[in-house]
Design a protein around this ligand. Structure first.
Ligand SMILES: Cc1ncc(COP(=O)(O)O)c(C=O)c1O
Length: 373
């Protein structure tokens, strides 16, 4: 038996969608991408979605688009590309701790605020949701910008409101381990703000000023009003090319139809496992979590436990980087508050899967093996 921590689920519908792109003869930035963006925005309940080629690209673009300065508060626990965009854009990350439920430590956030602080960038780690009322009070009281990394938290909610609708911008990943996939890689940025939407599109599309959609060539009506410039090739920001392909978007359109079912199953699997296993990470009152995985903070170091589970055919993962500041890429980056809980999570924390394809037999097997260790 091999029980993976994640699994992409798809069938002939996704296959046909990709073949439709093949037959269309147009492979990037076309009608499928536009439909995917509109459908994703509608599903999430936001005005705009910008499709990109990964969650990391989404974080990079969103960080640039927010035009923050000085210091930005971020948890040390997590995934590197939530934070690396800050460094690329000359911001100083101020690393704060997380609690044993992987939630950003809001007491420390308050302590970390200085006259230089302009924003908070954080991930809803493995889908779990902190007290968003308190976080938003901190944001408002201190006039900060907020970027929510929702790569692990598609459909997680705080008091019935989806995460990703609280911040100025939110990001998502469609890598196959996540809640839905766009044919392997992919991501998106979400917002209700037209200016930020256009900023993100521009950074994604080489930094150009033009905002024509697929099939349009002169939406602003001023394409040739400023010779010698052609507005389609007029650059007002530094950009990259971080676009999604049509095949990815077509695959994603079908996945969006399956998404509510995926979320339901993930929640059921988490509930089944968490009610039978000790030391699992829990949600707090007010949060309705769409779990990425079943996180466990063991009473002792994680390595022998993970090795035993792997030896029993159960795939395990560490809680991403653990404490980012302990990794060479981040040694000299920013400043930190006390990160002792993050360190404990790094040494004792790991996760196993709750993906929608797990069978009852597999769940029972996981329970018995987890209880053995
Ligand atoms: C919280 C978080 N942010 C960002 C990413 C990066 O997403 P991607 O792999 O699509 O670049 C991940 C990936 O797993 C993640 O878990």
């Amino acid at each position: 038996m091999r029980i993976t921590y994640a699994k992409a689920i798809y069938d002939d519908k996704e296959r046909q969608a990709v073949l439709d792109v093949f037959d269309s003869g147009w492979f990037s930035g076309g009608k499928f991408t536009q439909e995917f963006e509109e459908k994703l925005a509608k599903w999430w309940g936001v005005k705009y979605a910008v499709s990109v080629n990964s969650g990391s690209s989404a974080n990079f673009i969103a960080t640039q688009a927010l035009k923050m300065e000085g210091e930005v508060i971020t948890p040390a626990l997590g995934f590197p590309t939530t934070v690396s965009g800050l460094v690329y854009h000359n911001l100083t990350p101020v690393f704060v701790d997380s609690d044993e439920n992987l939630l950003i430590d809001l007491d420390q956030v308050e302590k970390a605020i200085s006259p230089l602080t302009t924003g908070i960038v954080f991930a809803h780690t493995l889908g779990n949701v902190c007290d968003m009322d308190r976080l938003m009070r901190i944001i408002r009281d201190n006039n900060l910008k907020l970027l929510e990394d929702c790569c692990d938290a598609v459909s997680s909610k705080w008091l019935d409101r989806k995460v990703g609708t609280f911040g100025d911008l939110a990001t998502v990943s469609f890598y196959p381990a996540h809640h839905l996939t766009t044919f392997g890689e992919g991501g998106a940025i979400l917002t209700n703000d037209l200016k930020l939407y256009r900023e993100c599109v521009s950074i994604r599309d080489w930094g150009r000023d033009c905002y024509c959609k697929a099939g349009q060539d002169n939406a602003c009506g001023h394409r040739f009003s400023h010779p010698p410039f052609d507005h389609k090739y007029y650059y007002t920001r530094l950009g990259m090319n971080l676009k999604m392909t049509e095949a990815q978007a077509a695959f994603g359109i079908v996945q969006l139809d399956r998404l509510d079912g995926f979320v339901q199953k993930r929640k059921e699997n988490y509930k089944y496992l968490s009610s039978r296993v000790k030391n699992v990470v829990k949600s707090i009152k007010g949060a309705d979590v769409s779990w990425f995985a079943l996180p466990i903070i063991a009473e002792s170091e994680k390595e022998p436990i993970m090795a035993h589970l792997e030896g029993s055919g159960i795939q395990t993962r560490s809680i991403f980087a653990g404490n980012l500041t302990r990794h060479p890429a981040f040694y000299k980056v920013g400043r930190s508050l006390d990160l002792s809980t993050t360190d404990k999570i790094m040494s004792n924390g790991f996760f196993v899967g709750v993906h929608p394809d797990l069978t009852k037999d597999e769940l029972d097997y996981m329970v018995s093996k987890l209880n053995e260790v």
